[in-house]
Each structure stands twice: as structure tokens, then as C-alpha cells.
Design a protein around this ligand. Structure first.
Ligand SMILES: [Zn+2]
Length: 144
């Protein structure tokens, strides 16, 4: 899905609204979850708890939850996208996010509450092995 020219992720409006609700609910902590995608189109939403030791500062999906999500996504031969929120900072991968992304090889959607109480906004990234970052486009679609 990624090349020099970037990439696009298509998210149905309803799923995007549900993701927004989930990250707003998690505020002022980081919230996290996963998406299942097929051919760059998100088909399923998996909101999860944040299992990080300091959830105001980082987010991790519990390994058991993660395994179940992987199994479910395998059923429809999809691809996982990870998403989480930054309560204060920009919607951009932190140093730690980059380190994790290099290991887990997932697309990262990051929400920011920087303009709280305005609704959070989201950006999507792919992180290369050398920690360079490619930003993609999030397209909100009305298809189901
Ligand atoms: Zn982060």
C-alpha cells in the first residue's frame, strides 16, 4: 500500500465516528484500538482498553485482545491498522511509537486532542525501518 507517493486509507463514516467516540471517551488518557482493512478500505473496528502502565503517556493493546483481533482479521484475510490518541501532543509518531511501529509493521493512525475541547483530528503514518515517516491520507467515505 505504501510507495514514495504516499498512500490512502478509506474509513467508512460510521466507523470513523465510533473511533472518535472511543478516543474522546479515553481522554485525558491515550485511547487505542485496531482496524481491519481490505485493500486499503477499513471494514471493521476493534476498540480496546489501553493496557499501558501509564495510559496518560502511552498505549498498548493487551496481548490477549490483540491475539483475538489478529484471529478475527485472519478470517477475512485483512490487514491490521493500529490507532491511538495523544491527549496533548501533535498527531505524529513519538520516538516510542516509531520504535514499536518498526517492530509490529502496522500502519499507525494517530488522533490528537491538542485543540481540546474541539474534536480530535487524525493522521495516518507508515514508519520505515530507519524511522523515517511517510504520511498517508485518511479518506472518510459514506460507503458501508
Ligand atoms: Zn503515540
Amino acid at each position: 500500500m505504501v510507495d514514495e507517493a504516499g498512500f490512502s486509507i478509506h474509513i467508512p463514516q460510521q466507523i470513523y465516528t465510533d473511533m472518535l467516540d472511543h478516543v474522546v471517551e479515553g481522554y485525558p488518557n491515550e485511547a487505542c484500538g485496531a482496524l481491519g482493512a481490505k485493500n486499503s478500505r477499513v471494514v471493521k473496528h476493534y476498540p480496546t482498553a489501553n493496557a499501558a502502565e501509564h495510559p496518560d503517556d502511552f498505549s498498548i493493546i493487551d496481548p490477549t485482545d490483540l491475539l483475538h483481533i489478529y484471529e478475527d482479521i485472519d478470517e477475512y484475510d485483512g490487514e491490521m491498522i493500529y490507532y491511538h490518541s495523544h491527549p496533548k501532543s501533535e498527531a505524529y509518531p513519538s520516538k516510542r511509537d516509531k520504535e514499536w511501529a518498526i517492530r509490529n509493521k502496522l500502519y499507525y493512525i494517530i488522533f490528537s486532542h491538542k485543540f481540546y475541547p474541539e474534536p480530535p483530528y487524525a493522521r495516518v503514518f507508515w514508519i520505515n525501518d530507519d524511522e523515517s515517516v511517510i504520511e498517508g491520507k485518511i479518506e472518510i467515505s459514506s460507503y458501508q
